[in-house]
Design a protein. Structure first.
Length: 271
């Protein structure tokens, strides 16, 4: 891959998806685009990109974008977060909401492990939840909806007990049991897009997403999250992510790393 190709990839990813592609990821980008080139019938990455630059095709452009997105995830990633969710938030929200119904949104869910981790916690506590999980990548959403994971993926973050309780082995893979798959609705969505959907959620997980966005797009994403979160709801960000400088809509919860609530100014503005 030439430096010129990489510069164009940076522009493509930033303009279409709002994501940064830093120079140190050039070799990783070429590695990830190899399978896309072969699948699309090109003999190498350079030939595929030459076609894309000369005659842009939306489907090929999105295939390239999806291959470059950071899809790393695993079950119960940063276990303390899920402990706080299961032991503190779920009981409090269930008792506070009419009929005990709690609405959750996993934004940037990738291949589904985060959403299924939330569903496991909710089902184990017998809570009535609605879980919506979205991602920009259709390929990731399709895998998440299938509920199929390799042995490596299924053991990454899950105990043997949880694995056997919530998954069944099918040949060389493991599949989420029907009650687990039924608890989550997966759909493709761009966090940065305007939407007519005005549903609000009690808890939003948007972890390890903001750090990959262009600085100007982070504020845009946080604004979307603030509008979709109920006034007394909770937002979970990645441990290394901070809304400071990008948004005044959220404030951290002391002693709960990664957990944020709406700042009083944001609640007054909504009122």
């Amino acid at each position: 891959m030439t430096p010129e190709d990489f510069d164009r990839l940076q522009t493509l990813l930033a303009s279409r998806a709002g994501f940064r592609l830093t120079r140190d990821r050039m070799h990783l980008a070429e590695h990830r685009l190899g399978p896309v080139a072969r699948r699309e019938g090109y003999h190498n990455v350079e030939a595929m990109l030459a076609t894309l630059w000369n005659k842009p095709v939306a489907s090929l452009g999105w295939s390239v974008i999806e291959a470059l997105l950071n899809s790393e995830t695993w079950f119960r990633r940063d276990r303390a977060v899920f402990d706080v969710f299961a032991r503190e938030l779920m009981p409090a929200l269930t008792s506070a909401r009419p009929g005990g119904k709690v609405r959750l949104w996993s934004a940037g869910v990738s291949t589904g492990q985060e959403a299924y981790s939330l569903a496991m916690a909710a089902l184990e506590s017998r809570a009535d939840v609605e879980i919506v999980a979205t991602d920009l990548s259709q390929q990731a959403i399709d895998k998440a909806a299938s509920g199929l994971y390799t042995s490596f993926e299924i053991q990454r973050g899950l105990s043997a007990k949880a694995m056997l309780r919530w998954f069944e082995q099918i040949d060389e893979q493991w599949r989420a049991r029907p009650e687990l798959r039924k608890a989550v609705r997966f759909q493709r969505a761009n966090l940065l897009d305007d939407t007519a959907d005005d549903r609000q959620f009690d808890v939003i997980f948007c972890r390890n997403v903001l750090s990959d966005l262009e600085p100007g797009r982070r504020a845009q994403a946080l604004d979307r999250l603030e509008r979709r979160l109920v006034d007394d709801g909770c937002l979970f960000l990645g441990f290394d992510e901070r809304p400071d400088g990008d948004s005044v809509a959220f404030r951290p919860v002391a002693g709960r790393r990664g957990l944020y609530v709406k700042a009083p100014s944001a609640v007054r503005r909504a009122a």
